[in-house]
Design a protein around this ligand. Structure first.
Ligand code: URA
Ligand code: SF4
Length: 215
């Protein structure tokens, strides 16, 4: 299979995931959604951003990070010479929690497989988690104020937890931190490599924090 075949296959896989998400009824959140938000970006993206869940505007449009937090995310990307079209952007839950409440454990669990499949297909060099809920997927016991901006190698992938851009909009004192953390991404990308291709999705395993190594 050559590069173009792999790209076409990857795009078909992402489209398949998106179409399953659009009609998914695996958790209660499907009752209140207008549009599910599978995520978007090129299959060759080297960097993947994972937020929490769709908000009001995302639910209306079916696209991730299109409100105020999305505008700030685009500004942050621009500071390191990236455009949103060049990265993959998604969330840990694909449907909007009512009134933007936090996603519940059973909703995160129900939705988890879609994100896992997206990660397998895209195979990004670096995964940036935005906010506590997506961080907890990889670093269940970490405190974001302690670990933001650091890189961890988890199951062969480089994961960098960062504050959520919406948190920085509400709490401007976080802005210098998130901006500094972004400024280190290009260097990290240069050092990272794509994880080996895996044919089968890996089984869900609990991450043992003692095995985490600081990258
Ligand atoms: N906040 C998120 O976490 N995700 C979005 O898609 C939009 C805002
Ligand atoms: Fe399905 Fe995820 Fe939406 Fe729940 S949040 S209905 S699991 S796509």
């Amino acid at each position: 299979m050559d590069k173009n075949d792999r790209k076409r296959l990857g795009e078909a896989n992402l489209a398949q995931i998106a179409s399953e998400v659009s009609v998914c009824e695996r958790c209660m959140l499907h009752h209140s959604r207008k549009l599910a938000v599978p995520g978007e970006g090129p299959v060759e993206a080297e960097i993947m951003f994972i937020g929490e869940g769709p908000g009001f505007h995302e639910n209306q449009q079916g696209r991730p990070f299109v409100g105020a937090a999305g505008k700030y995310l685009e500004e942050l990307l621009a500071t390191i010479g990236l455009k949103r079209e060049g990265v993959f952007i998604t969330n840990v839950v694909k449907c909007r929690p009512p009134n933007n409440r936090d996603p519940l454990p059973d909703e995160l669990a129900a939705c988890s497989d879609y994100l896992e499949r997206q990660i397998q297909v895209i195979n990004p060099k670096v995964i940036v988690t935005l906010g506590r809920y997506s961080m907890a997927r990889f670093l269940p016991n970490a405190k974001i104020s302690d670990v933001h901006g650091q890189s961890f190698r988890i199951k062969g992938r480089v994961v960098v937890p960062m504050f959520h851009p919406a948190a920085a909009l509400h709490q401007p004192s976080l802005k210098p931190s998130i901006e500094r953390d972004f400024s280190h991404l290009p260097e990290l990308m240069a050092k990272s490599f794509k994880a080996p291709e895996v044919e089968e999705p890996m089984p869900e395993t609990k991450t043992d924090p003692t095995q985490l190594s600081l990258f």
